[in-house]
Write a protein that binds this ligand. Structure first.
Ligand code: MG
Length: 342
């Protein structure tokens, strides 16, 4: 296989704020794997609070480039195992390569991945559109700029309730909230019943990621379903979430790709939990990978291309929240970003 990679710094339409901080751009790492003339692409956005900048992905990849390239590719799951042992400390890099392996695999078989997996795309849930933390006026303005059937509202401040109540005055859309580990147990116990009254459908990561005792109490008392995000990063975390959360939010980048994400979905189902896949502000490349899994999910948050003001590929469109699939093979993307690569 021949390996190439590129980095991009994708600008957000609006500065994006969650309870962990604000950012104006999303750095992202794109890989290309070429095998007998077929090219597959994968993506991993860099996230500062996980301490894996794009430079770290480049450095780790260069250190083992020949090993990555000499693999005799037959199927993506075998490739993931190889990569997982090659880069045990860099799930983000493994995700980008795993995704490229799946894109390649689908293209070699001339089928989109959801077709290979025999999934019914009509079952894919609507994607939400995320409203980052801001003043109420700006949050209302962002919502009105983007009429949408499902909004994910970032919370985790003193005035969460006032904020959601203000937004509710402007729309009947479904709301879900993401506290990004920003509440204490007492705050969550107080806020959740009020949010339910305001038409919120579920809460993502209410408490600190390691507050399992708090989650056990909240799980028993919460009138809204609770989804793990920061508390459910890799496969080993899924079982821990049972009886603490009603569902899990899987991120491809954090769990190390499509291959482990499929296993996590299966395991969560076996444990009676709901499943969503979330994004980390990927371009249309990583977002198209989420679209392939969407028919397996209860909820999906794949609005990266909607929040970014520049995209680098085509491959996934939305019609009022509904995913519009392309006809291409693999991830179903069109990307020419490596045409000028050396
Ligand atoms: Mg989240």
């Amino acid at each position: 296989m021949k390996l190439s990679y590129k980095t991009y710094n994708l600008p957000f339409t609006h500065p994006f704020t969650i309870s962990k901080g604000t950012k104006t751009h999303q750095p992202t790492f794109i890989v290309e794997l070429e095998y007998f003339g077929v090219k597959g692409y994968g993506e991993a956005p860099a996230i500062s609070y996980y301490n894996i900048p794009v430079e770290k992905m480049m450095e780790d990849l260069e250190a083992k480039r020949t090993l990555v390239e000499k693999f005799s590719f037959s199927d993506p799951e075998r490739y993931w195992h190889y990569l997982h042992h090659l880069f045990p400390q860099n799930n983000f890099l493994v995700c980008a390569l795993d995704m490229a392996g799946w894109d390649l695999f689908g293209k070699m078989r001339r089928k989109q991945l959801h077709e290979l997996w025999k999934l019914d795309t009509a079952k894919a849930p609507l994607t939400d559109f995320t409203i980052g933390i801001d003043t109420v006026d700006i949050m209302v303005k962002k919502m009105q700029e983007k009429p949408w059937p499902v909004y994910k509202i970032k919370v985790g401040t003193e005035n969460d309730i006032e904020l959601v109540a203000s937004l509710r005055q402007h729309t009947d859309a479904v709301f879900r909230v993401d506290a990004n580990a920003g509440w204490t147990l007492d705050q969550a116990l107080h806020k959740i019943p009020v949010l339910k009254e305001l038409g919120v459908e579920f809460v993502e990561q209410p408490l600190a990621k390691d507050d399992w005792e708090g989650m056990k109490v909240l799980f028993e008392k919460s009138s809204l379903p609770l989804f793990a995000d920061e508390a459910c990063v890799v496969e080993a975390d899924v079982a821990k979430c049972q009886h603490h959360f009603h569902g899990i939010n899987i991120k491809l980048t954090k769990c190390s790709g499509i291959t482990p994400a499929r296993r996590m979905i299966k395991q969560a189902r076996e444990l009676g939990m709901q499943v969503m896949v979330g994004c980390m502000n990927e371009s249309s490349i990583g977002t198209a990978a989420i679209a392939q899994l969407a028919p397996l999910l209860d909820h999906v948050d794949m609005d990266g291309p909607l929040l970014l003001s520049e995209d680098i590929a085509r491959g996934v469109d939305f019609d009022n929240g509904r995913i519009v699939y392309t006809s291409g093979a693999g991830l179903g993307i069109e990307f020419s970003g490596f045409n000028d690569a050396i």
